[in-house]
Design a protein around this ligand. Structure first.
Ligand code: GLP
Length: 233
């Protein structure tokens, strides 16, 4: 695991962009994308860049169950506004949280990942150490699956919704096994709220109780942290 310390999230976005740019120049064609506030500065860099993604594929990590793509809090909507409107990809995959048959949707998504092996997976981290929506206790063997969000995640996401009752309680998430198959992983973490999770991820034992700790086993995992998130390492 390579740890890169930066001053703040804007510097982190620039660093992540430079790494991705270099890989695209070397032929990377499939990006695994994440949502949340963390990848925001990276997506700004991508939008402002001259890079063209129209021969590339993107595969997002997760989506809430029950939010249609036109809901501004859905991850479909987030990706459209933050990246795809400005920089379309040849194909963009996001799990369908409105699917009638969610088990079939999970299988379909696994096939998407199999058909398009991910060159670089972008990740944020939850305050409880989750990656994607793989909450503590998730088996490292999981592929795409249906997830019951933990109380801590529901509370953390509350700020985006009018009331806690509006926060979705379930999601579809790429699994840990799928994430670990990516050739390279870039996880970003910013702010003091992430300091404990960052410490557990990089310095704690590899444990299913801290999903991000599995990255210690990945041959090409890069962690970009700002000063606040690096306070305990
Ligand atoms: C959600 C997403 C994660 C993200 C996390 C942290 O749970 N499913 O992919 O890493 O939020 O969000 P933020 O970057 O806003 O702190």
């Amino acid at each position: 695991m390579q740890i890169i310390k930066v001053k703040d999230k804007n510097a982190g976005g620039k660093k992540a962009f430079a790494l991705i740019h270099a890989d695209i120049d070397q032929g990377a064609k499939v990006l695994g994308l994440a949502t949340g506030s963390t990848p925001g500065p990276l997506y700004s860099e991508m939008r402002a860049s001259r890079l063209d993604f129209s021969d590339m594929t993107s595969i997002n990590l997760d989506e809430y169950i029950g939010l249609p793509p036109e809901n501004p809090e859905s991850y479909h909507y987030f990706m459209q506004k933050n990246l795809f409107d400005a920089k379309p990809f040849r194909e963009s995959f996001v799990p369908d949280g409105m699917a009638n048959d969610l088990a079939a949707e999970c299988r379909r998504y696994d096939q998407v990942i199999k058909d398009h092996p991910i060159d670089i997976q972008i990740l944020g981290i939850g305050e409880n150490g989750h990656i994607g929506f793989n909450e503590p206790g998730t088996s490292f063997e999981t592929h795409t699956h249906r997830v019951q969000l933990t109380e801590s995640t529901i509370q953390a996401n509350r700020r985006f919704f009018a009331s806690v009752a509006d926060v979705p309680t379930e999601a579809i998430s790429m699994g840990i096994a799928s994430i670990m198959q990516s050739k390279k992983i870039i996880l970003m973490a910013y702010g003091e709220k992430k300091a404990k999770a960052v410490q557990a991820m990089v310095a704690g034992p590899v444990s299913e109780e801290v999903p991000a700790s599995v990255l210690q086993r990945h041959p090409q995992a890069i962690v970009i942290v700002d000063e606040a998130a690096a306070a305990m390492i």
